[in-house]
Write a protein that binds this ligand. Structure first.
Ligand code: DHB
Length: 498
């Protein structure tokens, strides 16, 4: 949980070192931009965290590709602790070894402008970027195009796979400039929430895969590797092509729903769709051949019960135990069995009824093409498309189907352990127990798949946490410090810094 003791007041002393020369925000730029980092182009800023001044150099709105489509989004902000220009260290890190914290601001698969250190808009206290700076990380905040991005001719320019292509291009920029920029581009740690969490996971899963190469070439991304060191993903809205069935596997039978702006009861047609989608899920789970840490199989029977469900339950029990140990009163939740201070069982179906349904079926590939995900898979001229066979077969609006190769490129599951791909070694995935934006099965499947492929995964379902991110920054950075320390084989610690 977020430490409430963080007290932050913002004190911005902006010392203009050089006038900015970045291009003003406009779309569809055709001019060429340099990929070389300009180390003289910064302002000096100071913020306070917990009463302590954090002074840093802010390099903002750096266009990270040679041929941007949109300079409002294909830009990056880079922040470097001032100490690193005086040869000093912060904790265990210095200008050469500092990991690079790489948070995106994408939500709802919308475009995201690069973020900056400051107050967290969702949680009280400093945001992740500011905490990272205070702990000696270099912070690189990429922007990325999204589903609503358009050029001046109203053509869409940010439909899939634009956002992941942009994040990869930003990673390549950091690698291209690794020798002249503070921080170690072999220690990039991505962070994001929801759609941003999905992109963070996708970035970690798809390192150097050739599928993205033509798109990267087209925007003039640096000719560098784009694998990253570690992934932090909060409530990733991912595995979209299987998310509808996962949602109905979990919420089938719960007919009342409450979204952020909608509320109601499923119609008869919707409950039938729910039944159909639920019935498809066991086949999918079983096709993945997932295994528990003891090697036993994680499967579901035709009714949707089995070891995979027990596996999810084990994470819920672990989460309830943690809540109990930290003093949370769970006694009113009659679906939790506690004996002698130990959570021994959770009635999964009652837990789901307690959490409640948020979305109507089909939750992601909506049959009327109104969801963010159908818009993600639009084209330059079509705002939304279906992206599953079920969606196209049952479309109520005569929709078209997205290119299956592009659907693949937005799903990390296809790239975990894939040939010609460098997966991040370290993963931290969080999905709150009160988060109903996607099924718990989705982050659980991703985590199991990563673990089964020999990767280091810290997966948990924080108790009572709704759909949100960055709520446990102390724990997050304890984890990042730990995995950085654990990776003894640094690719290139020997760099010349000036
Ligand atoms: C987000 C939330 C959703 O429910 C969804 O379907 C897609 C994205 C988000 O918060 O980013």
């Amino acid at each position: 949980m977020k430490a409430k003791k963080w007290f932050t007041s913002i004190l911005i002393c902006s010392v203009l070192s050089m006038p900015f020369t970045y291009a003003s925000a406009s779309s569809n730029v055709t001019g060429k931009y340099s990929l070389k980092f300009n180390k003289a182009n910064y302002t000096e800023k100071t913020l306070t965290v917990d009463g302590k001044n954090i002074t840093y150099r802010a390099y903002e709105k750096i266009v990270y590709v040679k041929n941007p489509v949109d300079t409002q989004y294909e830009i990056m902000n880079v922040y470097v602790p001032e100490e690193y220009y005086k040869g000093k260290s912060i904790g265990k890190y210095n200008a050469t070894t500092a990991p690079i914290f790489f948070p995106n601001t994408v939500g709802g698969y919308m475009p995201g402008e690069p973020g900056s250190p400051g107050q967290d808009k969702r949680n009280s206290g400093p945001n992740a970027a500011l905490v990272a700076l205070s702990k000696g990380y270099v912070v690189a905040e990429p922007g990325a195009r999204g589903r609503t991005t358009q050029d001046e001719t109203s053509q869409y320019t940010g439909k899939a796979p634009a956002a992941i292509v942009d994040l990869k291009a930003a990673v390549r920029y950091l690698r291209y400039n690794d020798k002249i920029m503070p921080g170690n581009a072999e220690k990039i740690i991505s962070n994001g929430t929801s759609a941003g969490g999905a992109l963070s996971a996708l970035l970690g899963a798809t390192g150097n895969n050739k599928d993205y190469e033509p798109y990267l070439k087209a925007i003039g991304a640096a000719n560098e590797r784009d694998d990253i060191f570690a992934v932090s993903a909060y409530c990733p809205i991912t595995n979209l092509d299987h998310a509808d069935m996962a949602y109905e596997w979990m919420f089938n039978g719960i007919n009342d729903y409450e979204g952020r702006t909608t509320k109601g009861t499923l119609t008869k047609e919707q409950t039938e769709i729910s039944d159909e989608l639920k019935a498809m899920f066991p086949n999918y789970v079983n096709s993945l051949r997932l295994r528990n840490s003891d090697g036993s199989k994680l499967t579901l029977d035709d009714d949707g019960n089995g070891t995979f469900k027990d596996y999810i339950k084990s994470f819920l029990i672990e989460s309830a135990q943690k809540a109990l140990d930290s003093g949370t009163d769970l006694s009113i939740l009659t679906w939790i069995t506690i004996k002698d201070g130990k959570v021994t069982d959770i009635d999964f179906d009652k837990y789901i009824a307690y959490a409640g349904r948020m979305k109507t079926p089909s939750a992601f590939d909506s049959l009327d093409l109104t969801t963010p995900e159908t818009e993600l898979f639009g084209t330059s001229t079509s705002n939304a498309q279906h992206f599953t066979q079920f969606g196209i077969k049952n479309s109520t609006v005569g929709g078209s189907l997205a290119d299956s190769h592009i659907v693949k490129m937005m799903n990390p599951m296809y790239y975990v352990g894939a040939k010609g791909t460098t997966n991040s070694k370290y993963w931290r995935i969080r999905h709150g127990t009160m988060d109903k934006d996607t099924s718990l099965a989705i982050p659980t499947i991703l985590s199991a798949n990563l673990k089964n492929n020999g990767l280091d995964v810290d997966f948990a379902l924080p108790w009572n946490q709704p759909h949100s991110g960055d709520y446990d920054l102390n724990e997050l950075f304890t984890w990042t410090d730990k995995v950085v320390a654990a990776s003894s084989k640094a690719h290139s610690a020997i760099k010349i810094k000036r």
